[in-house]
Design a binder for this molecule. Structure first.
Ligand code: NAI
Ligand code: MG
Length: 485
């Protein structure tokens, strides 16, 4: 074993291997997608989206006002009444298959665009975001003509018009999670991407045109929270939201008593629980994947490591060495492991919470990696000596920051893992199946991974309990959110 202090073990040197930004085919400006056409906002308002790795503007994008949202919802209503509700399952399947195939065809362009607009490493957008987005359309294409057999009665009905609001951490993938089941079930949609990452969804809108999806079946309104609020206030039949618990609560209050269906996928403070019999090198990879994947901008991130006391020292030693080897930098470089923080605001939030970590007495370990001068960056960070009362153990940091706690018995692990207001995801690492099942049964979380972390599959339902929200996306369960059952 290598006993040198972690910081002297340098990362392997790699030559730069950048993907070309030109592949993204950026345009100077992008419009709203309403009734099958790209249009300007009624009042001509626009905003800029940046490349968080350079702070340079990428494009100007239309800022939807109330009138634009009303027009988009009206277009979706017309499309629902006149066209989409009359389509058969096999017809909807055909459109969804086409969309999936077109995403695959334009996958390189989408991956580069996603990395430019979001800051995530191209390795992740290329190997995860884009293929999984296509997989969701393929998966729900398979359900569209089998709704009678989905377990919701002989002839389940769609809800009508769905208003869908998504965050910036997985822009294209979250759009796919929302649109694919909604369309398969026979709904029409108005989708609002996040203000820092609108571009890949607008290319997806182009793909919908290419697929000859009837006009108005999907509409995209870009803009900030005010556009989202206008969508929630509009006469939609269903609202699906992924984002912060704070905004989720605002939406829930806003819809109270209106009869509009609602599903919420909110924040998390996932526990990654490591028992002393788990294979340590695999565990270390799982911890790294759990918290440093996508810069930790992941609602189900394993942001709390609960490690059994008897192996804590060894696990942490190997973890620090591994953290030192993470390559942080240019998101378009194929060797990059950790990209840019999505926005100045998110970087500020991460800094504030990590400052609190130190102030409240936790011990901070920061990767010695060099950070680029421009752009929003945060070096991978591990806090030990964390107490359950610390803010970094309770609040969602949504950044590359791990809080480590220890436990002695399975009972203590479960108690600590459940000591959170959230309930989205957890991981359990052990060689013993019976122990894993005993723990998994007692965890209050929508998803429990065993000997892996951040594993996604369109066939597998995903969603939370408690302040992580309600409703499921993915799998057969994901259809229920868009059917009148
Ligand atoms: P946010 O919840 O404000 O944004 C998510 C989406 O909601 C965006 O499209 C935004 O424009 C929209 N929105 C904002 N205010 C709205 C309103 N009043 N009505 C309707 N839609 C509205 O999240 P934000 O500010 O980007 O991030 C803040 C924190 O939230 C993060 O630090 C993180 O902890 C958490 N978060 C969690 C996510 C998750 O996947 N669970 C995703 C994004 C953020
Ligand atoms: Mg951006």
């Amino acid at each position: 074993m290598d006993d040198r202090p972690a910081s002297t073990v340098s990362a392997l040197e790699y030559d730069p291997a950048p993907e070309s930004a030109a592949v993204a085919r950026l345009r100077e400006s992008y419009g709203l997608f309403v009734g099958g056409a790209f249009v300007e906002a009624a009042d001509g308002a626009t905003f800029e989206t940046l490349n968080p790795a350079t702070e340079e503007p990428l494009a100007r994008v239309a800022q939807a006002g109330e009138a634009d949202v009303v027009a988009a919802v009206a277009a979706a209503r017309r499309a629902y009444d006149k066209v989409w509700r009359k389509t058969t399952g096999p017809q909807r399947s055909k459109y969804l298959f086409r969309i999936a195939r077109l995403i695959q065809e334009r996958s390189r362009e989408l991956a580069v665009l996603e990395s430019l607009d979001n800051g995530k490493p191209i390795r992740e957008s290329r190997d995860l975001d884009v293929p999984l987005a296509a997989a969701h359309f393929f998966y729900y294409a398979g359900w569209a003509d089998k709704l009678d057999h989905a377990g919701f009665g002989p002839d389940p009905r769609p809800l009508g018009v769905a208003g869908q609001i998504i965050p910036w951490n997985f822009p294209l993938l979250m759009a796919a999670w929302k649109l694919a089941p909604a369309l398969a079930a026979g709904n029409t949609c108005v989708l609002k991407p996040a203000e820092t990452t609108p571009l890949s969804v607008l290319v997806l809108a182009e793909i919908l045109q290419q697929a000859e999806l009837p006009d108005g079946v999907v509409n995209v309104v870009t803009g900030d929270g005010s556009a989202g609020a206008a969508l929630v206030a509009s006469p939609v039949d269903k609202v699906a939201f992924t984002g912060s618990t704070e905004v989720g609560k605002v939406i829930q209050r806003r819809l109270a008593g209106r009869g509009t269906r609602l599903t919420l996928e909110l924040g998390g403070k996932g526990a990654n629980i490591v028992f002393d019999d788990a294979p340590i090198d695999e565990v270390v990879e799982g911890i790294v994947d759990g918290i440093f994947f996508n810069q930790g901008h992941v609602c189900c991130a394993g942001s709390r490591l609960l490690v059994q006391e008897s192996v804590a020292e060894e696990v942490l030693h190997r973890l620090r060495r591994r953290v030192d080897q993470l390559r942080v930098g240019d998101p378009l470089d194929k060797n990059t492991d950790v990209g840019a923080i999505n926005s100045a605001a998110q970087l500020e939030k991460i800094r504030e919470l990590t400052d609190w970590g130190e102030r409240e007495g936790a011990t901070r370990y920061t990767s010695p990696c060099a950070l680029p001068e421009r752009g929003y960056w945060f070096a991978p960070t591990v806090f030990t000596e964390v107490a359950q009362t610390h803010r970094i153990a309770r609040e969602e940091v949504f950044g590359p920051v791990l809080s480590v706690l220890t436990f002695r018995t399975p009972e203590e692990a479960v108690a600590k893992a459940n000591n959170t207001t959230y309930g989205l995801a957890c991981g359990v690492w052990s060689e013993k199946g019976s122990r894993t099942l005993w723990v998994a049964e007692r965890l209050r979380a929508g998803v429990v991974w065993a000997n892996t972390y951040n594993r996604f599959d369109p066939a597998s339902p995903f969603g939370g309990v408690r302040e992580s929200g309600f409703g499921r996306e993915g799998g057969r369960h994901g259809l229920e959110a868009y059917l009148d059952v």
